[in-house]
Design a protein around this ligand. Structure first.
Ligand code: AMP
Length: 218
């Protein structure tokens, strides 16, 4: 089964994807993570994406699809369970993903949406801090590290993402409503959409996610 994890910024897609990869053996790609790595490495894609991401807008379909195609091409023989976190985010990307999977004779994906009310998202995003070294996540409002700015797990430095500032977050939420919600509608019409509530602890949400994907036929 191939899965798309979907939801607004701050819905916990990243956390749930890591749990699914770890506990259910999915081969996980976060296009946002891959883009941030490209920005850091100053690759061509990274240079093109940086300013766009800092504004909270979407990177052009061809740039992000190249990253996805490289990933699927590399791992297609090693897994039957891809998990795409953050792709597709536009309707054209839905069809680009269909084509890519069909070209490799891989199964069409299901879309699992993690639903969180918008008023809950802002403090989740503005408070988010990530360890630069081990990627452990904290929230200064709900789950701070023991020492401010220092990771409990590895002692690394924790940092706010460039696009987790309030102005950018509002733009990311607007983009989600306008460009991403039609993606969900497309999968709904195909009968390949499941929605779970993303309110609660990480483990509570994981139980819902896990139950939902178990119910999906392979
Ligand atoms: P994320 O980590 O999923 O919140 O993504 C961070 C940023 O990366 C987004 O705000 C976009 O600028 C960019 N991005 C990630 N995935 C995509 C995608 N599928 N299409 C376009 N832009 C993307």
């Amino acid at each position: 089964m191939n899965l798309v994890l979907f939801g607004p910024p701050g819905s916990g897609k990243g956390t749930q994807s890591l749990l699914l990869a770890e506990r259910r053996g999915f081969m996980h790609l976060s296009t946002g993570e891959a883009l941030r790595a490209a920005v850091k490495a100053r690759t061509r894609a990274g240079i093109e994406a940086q300013a766009i991401m800092e504004r909270g807008e979407l990177v052009p379909d061809d740039v992000v699809t190249r990253i996805l195609a490289d990933f699927v091409g590399e791992y297609r023989r090693k897994t039957q369970r891809f998990l795409f976190d953050g792709y597709p985010r536009t309707v054209p990307q839905v069809f680009l993903l269909d084509k890519l999977l069909a070209d490799y004779k891989l199964a069409s994906p299901y879309l699992l949406c993690i639903d969180v009310p918008e008023e809950t998202l802002l403090p989740r995003l503005t408070g988010r801090r990530i360890c630069v070294k081990c990627k452990a996540m904290y929230n200064i409002h709900f789950s701070p590290s023991k020492v401010e700015g220092v990771c409990d797990v590895c002692g690394g430095h924790t940092q706010q993402r460039n696009d987790d500032r309030e102005e950018t977050i509002r733009e990311r939420l607007r983009v989600y409503r306008e460009q991403c919600l039609p993606v969900m509608e497309e999968y709904r019409q195909r009968g390949r959409l499941q929605t779970v509530s993303g309110v609660g602890t990480m483990e509570e949400v994981f139980t819902r996610v896990d139950t939902a994907i178990t119910a999906v036929p392979d």
